[in-house]
Design a protein around this ligand. Sequence first.
Ligand code: OSB
Ligand code: MG
Length: 368
Amino acid sequence: MSIEAVELHRIGMPLVRPFVTSFGRQNARDVLLVHVLTSEGDGWGECVAMSNPVYSSEYVDGAEAVLRDYLVPALLAAPETTAVDFATVVSFVVGHRMAKAALETAILDAELRAEGTSFAAYFGATRSTVECGVSVGIADSIDALLEEVDDYRAAGYRRVKLKIKPGWDIEPVRAVREAIGSDALLQVDANTAYSAADIRHLKKLDDFELVLLEQPFAEEDFIGHIQLAEAIDTPICLDESILNAAVAVDAIERGATSIINVKAGRVGGYLEAVRVHDVCAELGVAVWCGGMLETGIGRAANVALSAMENFLLPGDTSASSRYFQEDITEPFVMRDGEMNVPTGAGSGVEVREDLVKIFALGDPLVLH
Ligand code: OSB
Ligand code: MG
């Protein structure tokens, strides 16, 4: 297979409701799509970088620039590159994992479509359906939050994750726990909004039997997370901090985390995400699949990844309708709190190029 061209598409997808986290409010998803054209067919990847560098240092304009100026030219200079070789070909670029992940995924999609293998089969997935969780943003009031949580639970979501920040933590969590009862799976995500000075405050979360507390402190604050893990009973789960499989092992062995949120974009691609899964399985640490408000393109791959054996907790793999009025692939639908894992070749979903055009923020950039 030979890579012939790469298209970079920017689309704007309105969200069905604003998504508010400790790092800000989002009304639409500004998505960068990577379309790889090869001698044996095409493939798609979705870049999960956000509009602004507030979740991590990456952001969508930066990802587009590094793809355009470095990653795609390196690939086009070595057009026989396979998904497995790709990381080595672009290893001269430091970081920019989300940009690398998008291009690697597009190459992998093209390869697997050409040979008739699904992502799930390629990853060694063991399940045909996955359990769905939902990530609930910071609301305007506790009443509004309770209403939103009630809607999601009525729709069948198996687990609720609440976004928290200083000033929006103990009371909303208490209210939701009282409303949903002690058996329901509930967890929280702080997106780095706290510091080690807040350990005594965060210990109050121990009253609510949470599945986990996700990323309370800064990406690089391993010592803080170790101290917190020693001080509280609620399991700590790292998201932003886990940049690859080696960091995952280090964080686990040092006692900074006891559960890991796997996001392929954050670790540089699905091949590394599978390695994170594997090292965690060896260490007896459960993982779950995070999300970055993906369209159907990214969601298809996430659902396939979530079907691997050690994905033991429901992921942020929600139905397309939780995000968008209309998705750019066939929608992912939840039934009884679960979603089917695609079985078709590659991602197993078809990209609706008519909708990609309708949502386009400009002309695609075509690189040869
Ligand atoms: O921290 O998990 C996160 C969305 C954007 C950036 C970071 C995160 C999130 C979510 C939403 O929590 C997960 C989803 O539903 O895709
Ligand atoms: Mg998170």
